[in-house]
Design a protein around this ligand. Structure first.
Ligand SMILES: CC(C)(COP(=O)(O)OP(=O)(O)OC[C@H]1O[C@@H](n2cnc3c(N)ncnc32)[C@H](O)[C@@H]1OP(=O)(O)O)[C@@H](O)C(=O)NCCC(=O)NCCS
Length: 173
């Protein structure tokens, strides 16, 4: 199938927002999505963006049942390893179900790797749910190592009240 991978623009925010929800439904946590397309616009398409995004687009004649031509996305940003240096973190990788198995996911993932390499990143990292074995297999097949297995890392988060509490405990200047 014909498809094109391109850098997302502000005008893609609604499409990205739609697919973020589709991915959250797939991940069985749709209630967790609080982000709006306006926030995506603000955070991704500004002077110092918090993220970058690639989208996969198919020609009009291959549009989805619902009429969408933007059928996949990869959203990523940069992090830093004190051991290795510049890194890229892939927050989301998604291809709509009816377009899977056509090389689009691989295309998006490789493109993120290429973008990262151009910026001298030495790592591409991401998190995947334990039960999502198809995607875990997909990454493993591409040569990724599972750090939980090989190094025992846990993925830690502060948010909501716990984040507020922590911030409120900060020493005053
Ligand atoms: C994971 C995902 C992005 C892959 O996209 P895709 O377009 O279907 O994948 P591709 O067609 O590019 O497949 C690329 C390669 O992976 C292989 N592959 C694809 N799905 C696979 C699976 N479920 N198990 C093992 N290998 C798989 C393909 O055979 C292909 O191998 P090849 O390079 O030897 O030909 C897509 O399935 C998806 O959106 N899944 C749901 C959301 C998700 O889990 N995202 C990741 C969250 S971390």
């Amino acid at each position: 199938m014909d498809f094109k991978i391109r850098v997302a623009t502000k005008e893609d925010s609604k499409e990205i927002s739609r697919m973020i929800m589709e991915l959250a439904v797939f991940e069985k946590m749709p209630d967790q999505v609080k982000i709006s397309h306006e926030e995506l616009e603000r955070d991704g398409f500004c002077q110092n963006p918090f993220f970058e995004c690639l989208v996969a687009e198919v020609p009009e004649e291959h549009k989805s049942k619902e009429g969408f031509t933007v059928v996949g996305y990869a959203l990523y940003f940069y992090t830093y390893s004190t051991w290795k240096g510049r890194s890229v973190y892939l927050e989301d990788l998604y291809v709509m179900p009816e377009f899977r198995g056509n090389g689009i996911g691989k295309g998006l993932l490789s493109k993120v790797a290429e973008v990262g390499k151009k910026k001298q990143c030495v790592r591409l990292q991401l998190s995947v749910l334990n039960w999502n074995t198809p995607s875990r297999d997909f990454y493993a097949a591409k040569g990724a190592q599972d750090l939980t297995v090989t190094e025992g890392w846990h993925f830690i988060r502060f948010d909501g009240q716990n984040l507020d509490n922590l911030a409120n405990e900060a020493p005053k200047d």
